[in-house]
Design a protein around this ligand. Structure first.
Ligand SMILES: Cc1cc2nc3c(=O)[nH]c(=O)nc-3n(C[C@H](O)[C@H](O)[C@H](O)COP(=O)(O)O)c2cc1C
Length: 310
């Protein structure tokens, strides 16, 4: 039987156990995207708790693609030195840390709001967030921002990266066919954008550099997410299954069978793991150690995350 506290291999790295501290934004200290002393301390404290894997919070690959103004950034080379202080601090206490790469797309705080297609999300009353369709040139530019961010993460000493492809941000907007109405290859094959980024980051890093993706379990349906996982599998070391683009009712349809003991996202993780051989991480509403063990024992998932509960 799988044990929560046993060594487990993800990609080319052996992790000390099967627990994950997932990406949770904690950047409230600066508004230039640079690492503050508090960020370094925060990640060292987390790593001292001995999780198998720490996933650093969503870190923006683009200055104009930030979800909040104080978000950490990895959009320029000068940011590498600060990020390296985080990886050094985690490694000093024997931890493993990977960097979550994010672009908020339509959800960006900036006025640009790049999106695969024109798309509006109502905010309140007559207010809405209006995503603007990316031109082929912008699309290529943003793709290269992800790739350069991956290169910087490698240079900063991270053990890997996680592409934020879930929760309604830019890559989730590409994958969700209710949002992505493009007529080019990035619309006909909605996984293409993520796939090219994963491939390019692999080509500029080493075999032991973990490359994972966080995917929406219902993007917009479970069947579609399963299909994406199969297509992306050759280019990723793991899948971390979360929510899809659910900013508008009907754009993602989470469900679970009646009586299922865990959340919809855990159900999606379990369903995806039935068709892929790569490890799948379970996340969402896993509240304590006993529940982590239950998810591991009662599902086929491989790594168990605890976010707000920790
Ligand atoms: C304040 C806050 C910040 C978050 N930041 C991120 C993030 O940076 N990247 C991400 O993928 N998910 C983020 N999440 C989602 C968490 O990773 C996780 O999916 C969510 O908290 C559900 O898991 P839990 O029930 O174990 O907390 C955030 C959640 C919260 C509440």
């Amino acid at each position: 039987m799988k044990q929560l506290f046993e060594v487990h291999q993800i990609g080319g790295k052996k992790l000390k156990n099967r627990t994950v501290i997932p990406a949770v934004v904690y950047s409230i200290f600066r508004n230039d995207g640079y690492v503050a002393e508090e960020n370094v301390e925060h990640y060292q404290v987390i790593a001292k708790g001995n999780p198998g894997l720490v996933i650093q919070e969503a870190t923006s690959v683009s200055k104009t693609g930030r979800m909040i103004e104080t978000q950490l950034g990895v959009w320029e080379d000068a940011q590498v030195a600060g990020l390296k202080r985080i990886t050094d601090a985690v490694h000093e206490v024997g931890g493993t840390v990977i960097l979550q790469l994010n672009h908020a797309g339509l959800m960006s705080t900036d006025g640009v709001r790049d999106c695969p297609s024109d798309f509006s999300v109502p905010v309140m009353f007559t207010l809405s967030m209006n995503g603007k369709e990316m031109t082929p040139e912008t699309l290529e530019q943003v793709k290269q921002q992800f790739v350069s961010a991956g290169r910087r993460a490698y240079e900063a000493g991270y053990d890997g990266i996680e592409l934020q492809g879930a929760d309604g941000y830019l890559i989730s907007q590409f994958l969700n066919t209710n949002v992505n109405k493009r007529t080019d290859i990035y619309g006909k094959q909605p996984e293409q954008f993520a796939l090219e980024i994963l491939k390019e980051i692999r080509s500029l890093s080493s075999d032991t550099f973990i490359i994972g993706i966080r995917l929406g379990g219902f993007e917009p349906t479970l069947e579609k997410s399963i299909a994406y996982a199969e297509l992306l599998e050759p280019h990723t070391d793991y899948f971390n299954i979360s929510a899809g683009f659910c900013a508008i009712k009907g754009t993602s349809k989470p469900f679970k069978p009646e009586g299922y003991p865990f959340s919809e996202n855990v159900y999606a993780a379990e369903s995806i793991r039935k068709v892929v051989r790569k490890p799948v991480f379970a996340i969402d509403a896993i509240e304590d150690l006993q529940m982590m063990k239950n998810v591991l024992e009662q599902t086929n998932t491989d790594m168990i995350s605890i976010g707000y509960g920790f």
